[in-house]
Design a protein around this ligand. Sequence first.
Ligand SMILES: CC(C)(COP(=O)(O)OP(=O)(O)OC[C@H]1O[C@@H](n2cnc3c(N)ncnc32)[C@H](O)[C@@H]1OP(=O)(O)O)[C@@H](O)C(=O)NCCC(=O)NCCS
Length: 222
Amino acid sequence: MKINSSKIDIIDVTDDPGLERFLYRCIFHSKVDSSINAPYLKHRERSEYLGFAIPKGFRKKVLFLEGDHIGMIEYAPVEASGLPIVGENIIVMNCIWVHRKARGLNLGKRLMKEMMETEKQVAGFATLALEDYWMMWMRKSEIEKLGFMSIESTRLKHRTYHIEKSFRMHLMWLPVTKNERRPAWDKSKLLEGVRFCPYHPIYRDRYGIKKLNIQEIYEEHW
Ligand SMILES: CC(C)(COP(=O)(O)OP(=O)(O)OC[C@H]1O[C@@H](n2cnc3c(N)ncnc32)[C@H](O)[C@@H]1OP(=O)(O)O)[C@@H](O)C(=O)NCCC(=O)NCCS
């Protein structure tokens, strides 16, 4: 089912002080309506990332459906990416999310269209996706539905958390034309985990890692 466009607003919240809350909180509350005015914390590493990435072209856009914030997309040029991806003239999608209650309404595709129409002169779009992960988070199968394909993958295991489990991480790519040069990932940075978002499944400072004072918190698992 497609939604009438007049019911949808996609707002760039990057530079709007009145909407700063969306740079720090996403739409993770199930009672979406009541959460909009809730207080929000400015997580230190998130602040540092935003301070670095916004001047380099980071954008976060929130999709409102009849006034409800129901989806978002966050991306940046590869130089300001929150994910350990390298390449030339690439936009890295840090995250995309459509609330469960609005899935399958073409809103994910709308957010993708918004990003792709804004960022026209690029070779393509890249992101990370997970397979066999125990939480529903940027699943490979969902990200493929948005047009990305996996161009590389590795199986990872956290050093302290769920050490009995492993999952597969994929580098996902959506080129603008067929012959574009592919991105790569920075494997050692991948093994360190990410810092741009404290909710990301491979956020590095979760699970007591800080105390261990080690650099690589993931190991490859064959
Ligand atoms: C990936 C995601 C953004 C897609 O959003 P969505 O609004 O449901 O997607 P759309 O309705 O635009 O559908 C995209 C495509 O997938 C297909 N699709 C969507 N849901 C589907 C389903 N359950 N089964 C099969 N196909 C499906 C659609 O048909 C569409 O393909 P088409 O254009 O060829 O018809 C959404 O599933 C999501 O947010 N997942 C969680 C992502 C996540 O973990 N983010 C981090 C959270 S912090």
